[in-house]
Write a protein that binds this ligand. Structure first.
Ligand SMILES: NC(=O)c1ccc[n+]([C@@H]2O[C@H](COP(=O)([O-])OP(=O)(O)OC[C@H]3O[C@@H](n4cnc5c(N)ncnc54)[C@H](OP(=O)(O)O)[C@@H]3O)[C@@H](O)[C@H]2O)c1
Length: 151
């Protein structure tokens, strides 16, 4: 765990919570002109409180505290936008790309690859299914690789 969790929390919240709010608000005027607007927040099953509190879940681990907290908060943000903008015809989703060998975490894709991470284009395609509308029945939820990620 990070030796200075308060500072780590500030930094991660700025990127993972304040960042998505900023981008969303900046694009809303343009999106409102679209015939079928959709918003997609890239989340993670690591942000699932159900998984975190389940001793049988692979996500049950006291690690990445700040990151996981930020993704749980992002899920709430997504739902709040869905409740608000759904009335205007927006479709709003969370999407979890699954474990992907990117610079995520260590800046070393090989570390994630060794842990079973898929190549970036696999994660991209998983997100693209939500963009294309293949997961529209899961609107207002976090679309995971294995189905809907629990809250
Ligand atoms: N990889 C996984 O296994 C995995 C699993 C679940 C969810 N996700 C989610 O997928 C999303 C993409 O992550 P990734 O795996 O592609 O990780 P990544 O390779 O580390 O990419 C992160 C991206 O965020 C940008 N970024 C980081 N801090 C920033 C800041 N302060 N301001 C502006 N941009 C910033 C980086 O920009 P630079 O390139 O300029 O640094 C980079 O483009 C994240 O939301 C992550 O939580 C990833």
């Amino acid at each position: 765990m990070n030796p200075v969790p308060r500072e780590a929390m500030r930094e991660i919240a700025a990127v993972n919570i304040v960042g998505p709010i900023s981008v969303t608000e900046a694009f809303l005027p343009l999106l409102r002109k679209a015939p079928a607007p959709r918003l997609l927040f890239v989340s993670s099953s690591a942000g699932s409180i159900t998984h975190a509190s389940d001793p049988t879940s692979k996500y049950h681990a006291a690690s990445a505290n700040e990151y996981r907290t930020s993704k749980a908060a992002l899920n709430m943000l997504m739902v709040q936008y869905w409740v608000k903008l759904g009335k205007e015809g927006f479709k709003v989703f969370g999407a979890d790309p699954g474990l992907i060998a990117t610079n995520f975490g260590w800046g070393k894709p090989e570390v994630l690859r060794e842990r079973g991470g898929m190549e970036p284009e696999v994660g991209g395609e998983r997100i693209a299914t939500v963009v294309r509308g293949d997961r529209d029945e899961d609107v207002g939820k976090v679309c995971g690789v294995y189905g809907v990620s629990p809250w």
